[in-house]
Design a protein around this ligand. Structure first.
Ligand SMILES: Cc1ncc(COP(=O)(O)O)c(C=O)c1O
Length: 366
């Protein structure tokens, strides 16, 4: 760490956040970015009008309380407005959760691999990070998570569907887990992708929230609602926790444009869900095709699939996709491919078929 300025020592320990790469251009091919789990469908009618209307007076600060959005969310979810905490994306709500719980001498428990911000936030708050490996099928290891919770633990982060591995937590798993977690430890359920879940057993966060006051839901308009560029998400929490969250979230962090677009999109949530199910159907077909080719693809309930690969294969797979102008995400243990337009997925299918044939040749020669 430079000693020119009085910066925190801990900065040198921050794991880097590596954003999804943009696609490499290839002659004659439309580039596609399947590396950030964005929604590839066009905005819903009405949402762009809301963006325009919401941005009419850029000189003014937005409503600091996001009053309309909060009221609409409370109504939609069947909770009190005091339980809804908007933020600049789920990221800000997650950051606020770590801010109200963690400090030096405390610990946070979470599955791994999972959302890359979890370890960054833990280190940023000076807390001990306790990452619990997911099971071989990409599911959370609840016994493992439980065994990492002790007196120092202030926060547990769960992710359903899990990014990047794909599976959703089941209601039974969550209820069983929460029955064992001390009632004063906050458990955050990151549901950034819940609208894409189609499995009958996928947890209904809201139902679980009603039973467990220490459960906080973290949701976003970035994924199924397709508003990632506007930065708006929200937490649903017991009023005591919600009040603490509001204390640390920067005032005015949700812009007027984001508030207006999110409220409009929420008003069209039926259409949002239909589109999410279309993405889910594409996902299931894509996952089945990759499995058919011999790849290890866990069940995914998000708008992406995870392909388990050894490190060399992952580099080669990512490179082969880049050559056909498709950016995918390489992480430890494999690659994650967001569900995009057919043309993009077909190119990845072709790459995967070539890859599978080469694998077969190699094993025949061995
Ligand atoms: C699991 C998970 N949680 C939270 C987020 C943050 O979403 P945002 O800040 O865009 O709402 C992401 C983004 O990719 C994610 O994958």
């Amino acid at each position: 760490m430079s000693n020119r300025f009085r910066l925190r020592e801990a900065l040198s320990q921050f794991p880097p956040y590596v954003p999804g790469k943009p696609p490499v251009q290839a002659p004659g091919l439309t580039p596609f970015k399947l590396s950030s789990n964005e929604n590839h469908l066009p905005p819903l009618p009405g949402v762009l009008d809301a963006v325009t209307d919401g941005g009419q007076i850029p000189a003014n600060y937005p409503d600091p309380k996001s009053t309309k959005l909060v009221a609409d969310l409370a109504d939609h979810l069947g909770v009190e407005p005091a339980e809804v905490v908007p933020g600049a994306g789920a990221s800000e709500v997650l950051s606020a959760l770590t801010n109200i719980t963690l400090e030096a001498g405390t610990s946070v428990v979470y599955p791994w691999p999972s959302f890359e911000m979890y370890p960054i936030l833990a280190v940023a708050r000076g807390a001990e990070k306790r990452a619990v490996p997911t099971l071989p099928d990409g599911r959370h290891d609840f016994q493992g998570l439980l065994s990492e919770i002790d007196q120092t633990t202030r926060l547990v982060l769960l992710c359903s569907p899990n990014n990047p591995t794909g599976p959703a937590i089941t209601s039974e798993e969550l209820d069983g887990f929460l029955a064992e977690v001390p009632a004063d430890v906050i458990v955050a359920l990151d549901e950034a992708y819940f609208e894409f879940a189609t499995g009958a057993e996928a947890v209904d966060g809201l139902a679980a929230y009603r039973k467990h006051p220490n459960l906080v839901l973290v949701r976003t308009f970035s994924k199924a609602h397709g508003l990632a560029g506007l930065r708006v998400g929200y937490g649903v929490a017991d009023e005591t926790i919600a009040t603490a969250l509001r204390q640390v979230i920067a005032p005015f962090s949700v812009t007027a444009v984001a508030q207006a677009a999110a409220a409009e999109s929420l008003g069209r949530v039926g259409e949002v869900l239909v589109r999410a199910k279309q993405v889910a159907a594409d996902r299931d077909r894509f996952a089945a095709d990759l499995r058919e080719l011999g790849f290890d693809v866990p069940d995914s309930e998000g708008n992406y699939v995870w392909v388990a690969l050894d490190p060399e294969e992952a580099v080669a797979f990512e490179g082969a996709c880049a050559e056909v102008a498709v950016a995918i995400r390489r992480l430890t243990g494999g690659v994650r491919i967001s569900i995009g337009p057919d043309e993009a997925l077909d190119r990845v299918r072709t790459v995967a078929a070539t890859f599978a044939a080469e694998r077969r040749d190699r094993s025949a020669q061995a």
